[in-house]
Ligand binder design. Structure first.
Ligand code: PBG
Length: 330
């Protein structure tokens, strides 16, 4: 870890040319490290812009299939699908979540039929379908844990049945990984992987996402009784330990950049596959600054994604995935 004293040691010798910098680079970033979240809506041949996420669109299922083909062509291995749910399909029981014909199930089947080599990750959480806007069932103003688990179990099973490769429980209810894992085993889905949103913080940076899925208007209050407090990282390790013990295959930290310390601790402590979600607000900040010519957008994208890799993340969920893949492929 040490260097000869100056002038015998000169760190700049290893920064002199692009090839030598590449030779000693400690971290690499490639398209294979990226997961591309997309928003799906009803309709045919529709691509509807999301105002708070410039450059991101809600896609009808046929267009989502094209996005999957684009991902395959760029070497991006996996898509995460999120539904924009019409108000008419929401209720306090969030029943649309386990309708086998719901949007994400139909989109999963369509993508798997057209481009089976592209992985599909689906969120397990009730918020897109819940007229209360919360990730869990609400009674008398309280978000219920154990009652929600039964709903999540049904939701996970229809998603696995639709052909989803990775389930991403993002709801932060206690005990959900064990319930989902046991249900998958019992129903013959033993190869369906779980990427748990283990350390998911109650964050302001999800704002544009809630616009994109149409849950912003519904949500009363905040999610602080189930999502984590930004002050804590020992607690993140306990959450990760619990999820691994319950059968998670991979874990996630979310949001991304403000929580790189958490990514590094989780990787260092557990050595399991760790992912970060560069969330909608992070995307929006970079886009807004770049569109004003205040920062170089392309460089900001690659620098932030590399930072996740340096912090120990195996991969990153990012709305920049196709653009980053193009940049990385030159
Ligand atoms: C829902 C969910 C959220 C995100 C992913 N899954 C929002 C929330 O918890 O309110 C946020 C993703 C983003 O902001 O890009 N459980």
């Amino acid at each position: 870890m040490s260097l000869a004293p100056f002038p015998l040691g000169r760190p700049r010798r290893l920064r002199r040319t692009p090839w030598i910098r590449d030779l000693v680079a400690e971290t690499r970033l490639g398209p294979a490290d990226l997961i591309w979240p997309i928003f799906v809506r009803e309709g045919v041949d529709v691509a509807e812009p999301v105002a708070s996420l410039p450059g991101v669109e809600r896609l009808s299922v046929d267009r989502a299939v094209r996005a999957a083909e684009e991902a395959a062509g760029l070497g991006v291995p996996c898509l995460a699908l999120f539904p924009y749910t019409e108000a008419a399909d929401k209720n306090p029981e969030a029943t649309e979540a386990w309708n086998p014909e719901n949007l994400v199930c139909r989109a999963t089947r369509a993508i798997k039929a057209a481009v089976p080599e592209v992985g599909i990750l689906l969120d397990v959480a009730l918020d897109p379908y819940n007229s209360d806007g919360h990730d869990g069932l609400v009674r008398d103003g309280l978000v219920l844990n154990d009652e929600t688990l039964a709903a999540l179990e049904k939701m996970a099973l229809v998603q696995a049945e639709a052909g989803c490769d990775i389930l991403g429980p993002s709801d932060m209810m206690d005990g959900r990984i064990g319930v989902i894992r046991r249900a998958l085993e019992a129903k013959g889905f033993s190869d369906t992987a779980i990427m748990s949103y283990s350390a998911k913080y109650a964050s302001c940076f999800y704002g544009p996402f809630r616009d994109a899925v149409g849950s912003a208007g519904a949500l009363q209050g905040d999610k602080k009784t189930y999502q984590m407090d930004a002050a804590n990282s020992d607690e993140a390790l306990r959450e990760v330990a619990a999820d691994l013990a319950e059968g998670a295959d991979m874990v996630m930290v979310k949001p991304g950049l403000p929580y790189l310390d958490v990514c590094a601790r989780v990787k260092g402590e557990f050595g399991v596959p760790v992912f970060a979600y560069q969330v909608s607000g992070e995307y929006a900040m970079i886009e807004a600054a770049a569109r004003n010519d205040w920062i170089d957008g392309d460089r900001a994208i690659l620098e932030t994604l590399l930072a996740f890799r340096r912090a120990g993340c195996d991969g990153i969920l990012t709305y920049f995935a196709p653009r980053a893949a193009r940049l990385l492929r030159g």
